[in-house]
Design a binder for this molecule. Structure first.
Ligand code: PMP
Length: 437
């Protein structure tokens, strides 16, 4: 049987053998040895409510995922150079959720890799090189993905902005330069795309495309104003670029009312990037595009990934999507998300530190401020709240340029009682002197 090391020894070994910037969460790091649905159990078997992790989309340790993985591992596991019906079944299952003309899939191993491939597809189709993207975005950890991730390249010690990347403001209508009380807010953010395209032209280059997390998550759980992305997409396409939607955080029913965030904005992307939840913990990324873009890419060399689209990955990926439907998890996300957002808005009436409550379904952000007028970020308070929540055995996180936005993003299996527990504990913690502005 698997016998884990005690926590202190594990921590000691980790400090010795892991790079320092491979970070642990919480001032007292957590060690979990078991999971079940939206619960994680520590080394003592104590349950923690997982209100943070979006990877276990259909719940930790789902029996159907265990069964399908075991079944396929006992049969065989190979790559896309041989035919296997599991591969076409996975493609069918993904494409059933996509609007026309998105009908070609590429299977990879992570969100990062999917975004890298999306960049190649865009360049192959547009003939351009330059990417326009929003500030504070995150798309992955490789050289190319970091270059389009302002959250990382602009961070302390980051590599800085590449000359082929143009940044616009993230369409944050709470703390950004244009706000929800301005009826032209969406237009003003979208107008920045014109300047970005002009800057590309001025340097004698051509636009390859636009990429964004459709609802920016690491930027602070932001829902762009209605009408924003249609304008962005129109401007990018007019400049000859393609539009990439990174749905790694927002896709697959998490939003409740929508299966994908791009539906809420009323756009159809040219390329959609999926990751994290689609494998429920098994590493899978998917890039979905149009036949025309796939044809442009096919003019280049063979595309091959050893593990991307493996038989095992395809069976797991298809099963995850089927479980979302079979268990009604999108609907659960809608209902539990509404309870959570309603409850948080009630807390906002009581606690001055809550500047904004925003989200959709189980994609939720609570923007903490030290002053409601200036909207100054309450970074230290957010850190304290997260650690106090963990002491109460509830896992949440923080996001945003100033790490002041509480991020609540549980597996889609979360239940009404759990939502009440989150609200109750947050209410208690916000009453503590150290958690007040
Ligand atoms: N895109 C988004 C929006 C993400 O949140 C992440 C991961 N946090 C990635 C891409 C990269 O995915 P991965 O870490 O699986 O490579």
């Amino acid at each position: 049987a698997y016998k884990p090391l005690p926590k202190t020894e594990t921590l000691g070994k980790r400090r010795k053998h892991f790079g320092e910037n491979v970070k642990l969460s919480y001032s007292d790091p957590a060690m979990f040895l078991r999971g079940w649905k939206h619960h994680l159990f520590d080394e003592w078997g104590r349950p923690h409510l997982d209100a943070y992790n979006n990877v276990p989309h259909v719940g930790h340790a789902h029996p159907r995922i265990q069964a399908i993985a075991a079944d396929q591992l006992m049969r065989m596991n190979s790559n896309t150079r041989y035919l296997h019906p599991a591969q076409t079944d996975f493609a069918d299952t993904v494409l059933a959720k996509m609007p026309d003309p998105l009908s070609v899939c590429f299977f990879v191993n992570s969100g990062t890799e999917a975004n890298e491939l999306a960049l190649r597809l865009a360049a192959a189709h547009s003939g351009g090189k330059d990417i326009v993207t929003a500030n504070h975005g995150y798309h992955g950890n490789t050289t190319g993905a970091i270059a389009i991730s302002a959250y990382k390249f602009n961070a302390k010690g980051g590599v800085g902005q590449a000359d082929w990347v143009q940044l616009v403001d993230v369409a944050d209508d709470f703390a950004g330069p244009f706000r929800r009380d301005d009826p032209d807010c969406a237009d003003k953010y979208a107008a920045q795309i014109d300047e970005a395209i002009a800057a590309v032209t001025a340097r004698g280059s051509k636009v390859s495309g636009w990429i964004s997390e459709v609802f920016p998550s690491v930027g602070g759980q932001i829902i762009p104003p209605q009408g924003y992305l249609p304008q962005v997409y129109a401007k990018i396409r007019a400049a000859g670029g393609v539009c990439i939607a990174d749905e790694v955080q927002t896709g697959l029913g998490r939003l409740g009312d929508y299966y994908f965030a791009f539906e809420q904005q009323g756009v159809t992307p040219d390329i959609v990037v999926l990751g994290k939840p689609i494998g429920n913990g098994h590493p899978i990324g998917v890039v979905v595009t149009t036949p025309e873009i796939a044809a442009s890419f096919a003019k280049g060399p063979e595309y091959f990934s050893t593990f991307g689209g493996s038989t095992l990955s395809c069976r797991i990926g298809a099963e995850v999507l089927k479980i979302v439907d079979d268990e009604g998890l999108q609907d659960n996300a809608r209902q539990r998300g509404k309870e959570l957002l309603d409850g948080l808005r009630k807390l906002q009436e009581k606690h001055a530190v809550i500047g904004d409550v925003r989200g959709m379904g189980l994609f939720v952000g609570v923007d903490l401020v030290t002053d409601r007028e200036t909207r100054a970020p309450a970074t230290e308070i957010a850190d304290r709240v997260i650690n106090r929540m963990k002491e109460s055995r509830i896992l949440i996180g923080s996001e945003g340029a100033h790490h002041n936005v509480l991020k609540i993003r549980p597996p889609l299996t979360i239940e009404a009682d759990d939502i009440n527990r989150i609200l109750h504990q947050l209410d208690r913690i916000f009453r503590e002197t150290a958690c007040q502005p």
